[in-house]
Design a protein around this ligand. Structure first.
Ligand code: PLP
Length: 465
């Protein structure tokens, strides 16, 4: 492996070209790629230079990336890297800091500052500690570990040291994200070992009366409640104040998954739908979603750092240090860690609270615009009023003569828009999630045109999908 200033210049020139070509392509790039297979290639024996490599990349790979960074990718809750975060992410690779433990770089202090700014941004108490994770899934996993350690302490078991075998636990949730269920499995609780709390009719939010019935028959110190601030399909928010009150009364631990719902706080303040989140024992946030930083970046926060640390710390002679900060490797899964805090730090510094809030407001308006159009159109049904950034709808399969899946497949294949599937009250639906900072009214219009085109084609006796 060789490096000289010429390599640097070549890299920068090549990057410039990628940057310009990609941005030029976005308005017309197929939102979802149709080419998914990479032709077989043997492992190179002698390698090649950067220019040769780049030719190959430009020919076989980049044309087939999705347009998920653009304004009409409405699947999942994807976001799209903003320019400042993209730039900072380039620097992350250039400087290649390992934010494992402090003592040799300012990177640890930057991560702490970024966390502090996030707490300020979302008006969360300074008493929350935490760290950046690879995403909300990893944050939910840390939540499961921290809760586990807490129950263990109450029951006289050090779970990190002696395992979960003897631990008594009862876990309650109404509509946990799939990643939370996965995390319960990974933490040793078991994916199926939680109690389903009823939801309110027509919503995914927790029926608090039912939760109380369930909690009141448990022994103190064995219950974990997993609440949602923004469920991934219905964007419903649990009544966090009422739930926190019950958790206090019955000695239960409260985790809140607020991966993208936390951003509602920027629009409606701490008295809005997330009111009460500050009383949680731990919180999950996602930055690669609505903060529009590049993958991957989530955040785990807890008011009980000692339990997190007890779960993630291990003694090793070569790791001893005299850091002024708790080493992040003692608070998370990885020992070696990417400096993923930097794009967040840069985003908050460059756009400020107002800049971030404006992007969120824009997405809310766009979701509302699409929802209004769907509601007024006889060929589509809005299955739930749009209350945040996600629009749930389905085509009228009788009038269009096509199932929801067929319509979504057709729409996604056209390349103008990308929706992801969902289920609402047992029925397949389409989800349109607005979370990209570049989305404009013109994009919404193009999405509507694509839906209109679907109607035209299905209504034309000669049309084939
Ligand atoms: C997206 C999401 C997750 C999982 O997040 P990743 O960043 O994809 O790991 C967890 N919870 C909720 C509510 C989400 O929306």
């Amino acid at each position: 492996m060789q490096h000289n200033s010429e390599t640097g210049n070549t890299m920068i020139e090549a990057l410039k070209e990628h940057y310009h070509q990609f941005h030029k392509s976005l308005p017309n790039r197929s939102v979802a790629s149709q080419v998914l297979d990479l032709p077989e290639q043997p492992l190179s024996e002698h390698g090649c230079d950067l220019l040769r490599l780049d030719e190959d990349i430009v020919e076989t790979i980049t044309p087939h990336f999705s347009g998920s960074n653009g304004g009409r990718y409405l699947g999942f809750v994807t976001g799209g890297a903003n320019p400042i975060a993209t730039y900072a992410d380039w620097l992350v690779s250039l400087y290649d800091q390992n934010v494992s433990k402090g003592g040799d770089s300012i990177a640890t202090a930057v991560e702490y500052q970024a966390l502090k700014w996030l707490k300020t941004l979302f008006t969360l108490p300074g008493s929350f500690d935490g760290l950046f994770t690879t995403g909300a899934t990893a944050a939910n996993f840390l939540a499961a570990l921290t809760a586990r350690q807490h129950l263990g302490e109450l029951q006289g078991i050090n779970v990190a040291e002696n395992g979960i075998g003897a631990l008594k636990h009862s876990i309650f949730s109404a509509c946990p994200h799939a990643s939370m269920v996965k995390s319960l499995g990974m933490a040793g609780f078991g994916q199926k070992k939680w109690f389903q709390v009823n939801s309110h009719g027509g919503k995914e939010s927790m029926d608090v009366t039912h939760l109380e019935e369930l909690l009141s028959v448990q022994e103190g110190g064995q219950s974990i409640v997993i609440a949602s601030a923004g469920t991934v399909t219905g964007t419903d928010f649990d009544d966090l104040n009422a739930i926190a009150e019950l958790c206090k009364r019955y000695g239960a631990w409260l985790h809140v998954d607020a991966a993208f719902g936390i951003f509602e706080r920027l629009v409606n303040g701490p008295q809005g739908k997330t009111n009460g989140i500050e009383k949680a024992d731990s919180i999950t946030l996602d930055c690669h979603k609505w903060l529009n930083v590049p993958y991957d970046c989530g955040v785990f926060l807890t008011r009980h750092k000692k339990h997190l640390q007890a779960s993630c710390d291990v003694a090793a002679p070569y790791l001893v240090g005299d850091d002024q900060f708790t080493p992040f490797m003692s608070l998370g899964v990885e020992n070696s860690r990417r400096f993923r805090a930097f794009p967040v730090w840069a985003t908050l510094k460059a756009y400020g609270k107002l800049g971030v809030t404006k992007a969120i407001e824009g997405n809310l308006a766009q979701a509302g615009q699409l929802a209004d159009w769907l509601e007024a159109n006889e060929y589509f049904q809005l299955v739930k009023p749009c209350e945040l950034n996600v629009v749930l709808f389905k085509p009228d399969s009788v009038k269009l003569g096509k199932s929801t899946q067929e319509c979504m497949q057709w729409l996604n294949n056209q390349g103008e828009v990308f929706f992801s599937p969902g289920q609402w009250q047992g029925e397949p639906i389409m989800r349109a999630a607005f979370s990209n900072w570049t989305t404009t009214e013109l994009d919404v219009k193009r999405v509507i045109d694509a839906l209109q085109e679907l109607v035209t084609i299905t209504q034309n006796p000669m049309g084939t999908m």
